[in-house]
Design a binder for this molecule. Structure first.
Ligand code: AMP
Ligand code: ZN
Length: 110
């Protein structure tokens, strides 16, 4: 499948990984929008939050558990978790990902 995040999971594209297990990977965003900008993704190809179902939602819970653990381990207490769904919302990669942003956040929403 022509998906850059599937290629990162498969090791066909390089990435700076911070965490990996059987179900997910966390790596540095290539174009950071804040001093801390990680991406947390499932290894399985799910197109976005709109592709989460009763069948695959356990991985979403797992990802959030690891986001909490990883940020705590790094001493990051104030951060934002963002997932864009659809082009108009700014989704450019159609593989579920959660942006973890910290260090310089904008207003209350963006
Ligand atoms: P979104 O626009 O919400 O779909 O987020 C996609 C994110 O993936 C953007 O923040 C990009 O900077 C990031 N990105 C795209 N290609 C790569 C890559 N090869 N390695 C790391 N991050 C990437
Ligand atoms: Zn994919």
């Amino acid at each position: 499948m022509d998906c850059i995040f599937c290629k990162i999971v498969a090791g066909e594209l390089p990435s700076t990984k911070l965490y990996e297990d059987e179900e997910m990977v966390v790596f540095q965003d290539i174009a950071p929008a804040a001093p801390v900008h990680y991406l947390a993704i499932p290894k399985a190809h799910i197109p976005g939050v709109d592709g989460i179902t009763g069948e695959n939602s356990a991985v979403a819970a797992h990802i959030f558990e690891k986001i909490a653990a990883l940020t705590a381990e790094k001493g990051i207490t104030d951060y934002r978790v963002v997932s864009n769904v659809g082009e108009q919302a700014g989704q450019t990669v159609r593989h579920l990902h959660f942006h973890i942003l910290a260090g310089r956040l904008g207003g209350p929403l963006y």
